[in-house]
Design a protein around this ligand. Structure first.
Ligand code: FE2
Length: 424
């Protein structure tokens, strides 16, 4: 007796039934005839493993306009506004906003989230709040917390001690921000410190690296060298690396070889990168995004995150992961059929690798956690920013959304689905 059977869902190139028992995938077959408590007809729509948010700041989210809006749109005005907003930061405030955003994300099928928590705060207000949130939401979303030294690990008083304390308090991942340290040398030291802490505490690494248009910001090479030295590559993530989009090609090609050797992961945040970078250019304006397409072509693991959702750095955002994927298609020139599909994988499977998730994916024996997307395939899901109509976590339906219905000149029309063809 199954608890749920999902009938006729597109999984890879096939349309299959998925049977769920005890919160896990019991079987996947062309037709399952077992008895079941509940049956859901998928109608050939795409079933995907859960969406994954691989880079967000839950301590700053949902504060846009407080105490004022970012008029220049720059990273630096954002930092200034945040320092004003930070004065009224309380644990309750962070808990309420972070929980609200996670609810938005879960409703859209995002069931794994890696958030950064600013730990350049001796009170650890954001970190303590996010540790509380992580426990509170455990049943419906899995949260990883990065100890993130927003104001620098070497430049902020007792920065390294604060990082170490944050790890002891329960932060899951070691962060860093080398390009924001006062000098190049301090930046190099900070990367080495991140690796030292990660090796000592046996934690993964996720560093905000080279988030600038400055082509001389070259901490990515330091990360690659440290990853090769330590052998930690698959547990290491370089977030942003926007300067890589501004490096001259002679250097970029040499660096790519080292990156391949290092085996590290990358997170690009296309919505925020294209918004915050290029602000000091007149024309032509740079896109300010890392070499997503070339990293992917070289076999490196790239995932996509939001970074900011309605905060001093980015006033927009819904938390739905198809938005950054849609922007990546445009900003990274990922428009071929294969490339669009790859952008979908960057907010699902690739992100699972970045986060080091085990048992991820729709396979017999794995937890029955998945999303039914109102599209025939990954390509069309991105094209239409298709809604997640059903979200299942460990066999339980946690969210259902009805797709919009349109009346045109007196007739109900399904224009959203007209002209779609399956890309697989
Ligand atoms: Fe970030």
């Amino acid at each position: 007796m199954y608890q749920l059977i999902l009938r006729g869902a597109r999984l890879g190139d096939e349309v299959l039934d998925v049977g769920i028992e005890d919160g896990r995938v019991g079987s996947i077959a062309a037709r399952i005839d077992e008895r079941t408590e509940r049956e859901i007809e998928a109608g050939g729509r795409l079933v995907s493993p859960p969406f994954i948010e691989s880079h967000v700041h839950l301590d700053t989210t949902l504060t846009a306009g407080e105490p004022r809006w970012n008029e220049s749109g720059t990273l630096f005005e954002g930092i200034q506004i945040w320092s004003e907003r930070k004065k009224s930061l309380t644990r309750e405030d962070v808990v309420a906003r972070a929980t609200q955003l996670l609810r938005w994300q879960a409703a859209q099928g995002v069931l794994h989230v890696r958030t950064h928590a600013d730990v350049t705060d001796p009170e650890f207000t954001g970190l303590m709040a996010l540790l509380e949130v992580k426990e509170k939401v455990r049943d419906w979303v899995d949260v990883q917390i990065v100890a993130f030294p927003q104001e620098g690990m070497m430049s902020f008083p007792k920065g390294v001690e604060l990082m170490e304390e944050a790890l002891t308090l329960g932060a899951d991942v070691v962060g860093g921000i080398p390009h924001y340290e006062h000098t190049r040398e301090m930046g190099v030291l900070s990367v080495k410190e991140s690796f030292r802490l990660a090796e000592k505490h046996d934690r993964p690494i996720d560093i905000h690296c080279d988030e600038t248009d400055d082509p001389h910001s070259r901490f990515l090479e330091v990360m690659a060298a440290e990853a090769i030295r330590s052998g930690m590559g698959p547990r290491v993530t370089a977030s942003h690396t926007t300067a890589f989009g501004s490096y001259d090609n002679a250097y970029a090609f040499k660096l790519m070889g080292f990156l391949v050797k290092s085996g590290i992961n990358f997170v690009a945040n296309p919505l925020i990168n294209i918004t915050l970078q290029g602000r000091y250019d007149t024309y032509p304006k740079r896109r300010g995004i890392t070499r997503v397409k070339e990293l992917w072509q070289n076999g490196l693991n790239v995932s996509l995150g939001y970074d900011d959702i309605m905060d001093p750095w980015y006033p927009m955002g819904t938390g739905g992961m198809l938005q950054p994927a849609h922007m990546a298609v445009h900003a990274c020139h990922m428009t071929s059929r294969k490339e669009v599909t790859a952008c979908f994988d960057m907010v699902t499977e690739n992100a699972a690798r970045t986060l080091g998730l085990k048992d991820y994916g729709i396979a017999e024996g794995n937890p029955a956690s998945f999303v039914l997307v109102d599209a025939p395939d990954r390509w069309d899901a991105i094209r239409r920013l298709a809604p997640a109509t059903l979200v299942v976590k460990d066999g339980e339906v946690i969210a259902e959304t009805r797709p919009p219905e349109t009346r045109l000149m007196g007739e109900t029309v399904d224009f959203q689905r007209e002209g779609t063809e399956e890309a697989g």
